[in-house]
Design a protein around this ligand. Structure first.
Ligand SMILES: *[C@@H]1O[C@H](CO)[C@@H](O)[C@H](O)[C@H]1NC(C)=O
Length: 227
């Protein structure tokens, strides 16, 4: 058996000594790998985003997600909290409400309530929130698709066109999720996108594991790639 050293120094078939190693070539390989990785990261990431976001968190831990003391939720939780209250309150275009600018959580709930607790209750009750328009065919399609999943807890549907503050909510939601059309399907504060997005995830059999990893039970007879 020749040793690795002998193999490395074996003369080539033409008899000429092997060319010296070129650091330039090695650097080029490193760069190629880096560039390929960046491309995969930038273009691949949006599609993998929901699954990746939850992949390291087990189902049990996300259902009872423990936030550190003093945790301040993102603004989207303020909006989600506000629209799921069903107390008839609406946002009005007053001095404190500029939908184009980041807004404080106190705009969505006055006083100094415990936001950690509010978000905890919100996510246990409504992990999936669908911003929809009653007359929009894409909203209808998404709601029908989600109905086949028979989610527990069921999705909370917010029909934005039935709200007086629908226009404000559209602008705020667009700013917070970078998805400015309806429907907008939110799983635990993250937008899964619209009808075509969830349909693609469904077709790729990724939607079921995404819901399950988000701590939502899928009772419907749908096929997923895992779980
Ligand atoms: C807020 O609620 C969380 C979760 O219920 C709790 O752990 C925390 O102690 C509360 N913080 C305050 C300041 O009451």
């Amino acid at each position: 058996m020749p040793t690795m050293d002998q193999i490395a120094h074996k003369p080539s078939l033409t008899g000429s000594p092997p060319p010296p190693r070129q650091p330039y070539r090695r650097r080029r390989i490193v760069w190629t790998v880096l560039i390929l990785f960046s491309i995969v990261f930038f273009f691949g990431a949006p599609w993998e985003f929901p699954a990746q976001g939850f992949s390291s968190i087990s189902r049990a831990s996300i259902v009872h997600l423990v936030r550190p003391p003093g945790w301040v939720p993102d603004e989207i939780y303020g909006l989600l909290y506000f629209v799921t209250r069903d107390d008839g309150r609406v946002l009005s275009h007053d001095a404190a409400v500029d939908p184009k600018k980041p807004m404080k959580l106190t705009v969505y709930a006055k006083g100094s309530g415990n936001w950690t607790q509010r978000v905890q209750v919100l996510e246990e009750k409504y992990p999936v929130i669908v911003f929809s328009k009653t007359y929009c065919p894409y909203s209808k399609k998404a709601k029908e698709l989600l109905a086949t999943y028979d989610l527990v807890p069921p999705p909370k549907i917010v029909e934005v066109d039935l709200r007086e503050d629908g226009d404000l909510i559209k602008l705020i939601l667009g700013r917070l999720t970078t998805h400015s059309t309806f429907p907008n399907i939110i799983l635990r504060g993250k937008s899964l996108g619209g009808s075509d997005d969830v349909q693609s995830l469904h077709d790729e059999r990724k939607l079921k594991p995404i819901f399950e990893q988000g701590g939502v039970h899928v009772m419907g007879d749908v096929i997923g790639t895992e779980g």
